[in-house]
Design a protein around this ligand. Structure first.
Ligand SMILES: [Zn+2]
Length: 287
């Protein structure tokens, strides 16, 4: 019988996954980085129960499950697995910490740093819209397929940066910023169901929430155009909108964020290196 043992792929040296000896014969495969912002994709036998820190995880019909660690996750995570034949196993996962750089951004319009009462009302309305658009566990397991970059361009902001706007400390940067001209098409990085499609959120500008299943969503921000509607299902590579400079920005770029349940996770860990930019069109020679 060829039972797959535990295979953990460590994609970075800083990612230390501590495996208890009892886990040596595990019937689960885990892929990903055990670091802050890291996303772990698991594969096991359908019908298996998986529990992370006391909370049950959904296991799909293909046997896929998912968990992830917030930007500021501290300590060790515990995974308990109960197979259909009642065999049980437990795994302790040490989550490595990351150092986040400081990013200072100047020239941000003051309405984004010190909003008025009216603007605060818009922000509160947005918060409610976003809260209700956040899916609970959706049964699809699209998160287990490979992701692609939604746009190609220069990465100008990475996950987790500690931010100052016009010298004032603000929440950390939870996305990856890719600079590209306004109008550049934005593709779905993986299949998903649209949960939010708003042209004008206060900070985010044009924004889309894409539900990849089991509580994982992509958020696309600062769009100049939103081409999808709530409830629509899209395939990987479908054009869902266009890069813009809407909301709190200093120039056109895509901000791609990702959440798993309440955790902010790092989308860049799901995709490979940024593909090389397309060669510039050569001007045609004069006849
Ligand atoms: Zn950003």
């Amino acid at each position: 019988m060829n039972r797959p043992g535990l295979r953990v792929f460590l994609l970075a040296l800083s990612a230390l996954l501590f495996v208890t000896p009892a886990w040596a014969d595990a019937r689960v495969e885990l892929t990903g980085e055990a670091i802050q912002g890291g996303i772990i994709i698991g594969t096991t036998e359908p019908g298996t129960k998986v529990i992370l820190d006391g909370e049950p995880l959904m296991v799909s019909e293909r046997g896929h499950f998912l968990f992830a660690f917030d930007r500021d996750h501290k300590g060790t995570a515990h995974l308990d697995v109960e197979y259909p034949d009642d065999e049980r196993e437990s795994l302790s996962i040490d989550v490595a910490t990351r150092d986040y750089d400081v990013q200072r951004i100047e020239g941000v319009a003051s309405k984004y740093v010190s909003p008025s009462a009216e603007q605060l009302a818009h922000i509160a309305r947005d918060r409610e819209l976003k809260r209700t658009a956040r899916p609970t566990d959706t049964a699809h397991d699209w998160f287990a397929d490979e992701f692609i970059w939604p746009v190609t361009g220069t990465i100008t902001g990475t996950f987790g940066l500690q931010r100052y706007f016009n010298g004032e400390p603000r929440r950390p940067h939870y996305g990856v910023d890719v600079a590209a001209p306004t109008g550049t098409p934005v593709a779905a990085p993986a299949p998903g169901i649209v949960r939010l499609a708003e042209p004008e959120l206060y900070f985010e500008g044009g924004a889309i929430f894409l539900d990849h299943g089991h509580g994982m969503i992509s958020v696309m921000m600062h769009l100049s155009r939103v081409d999808v509607e709530v409830g629509q299902q899209v395939e990987q590579g479908d054009i869902i909108g266009a890069v813009g400079a809407t909301g709190r920005v200093t120039g056109p770029h895509l901000d791609w964020r990702m959440y798993w349940r309440r955790a902010h996770v790092d989308p860049a860990l799901l995709v490979g290196d940024m593909p090389a930019p397309k060669p510039l069109e050569r001007p045609t020679a004069n006849p």
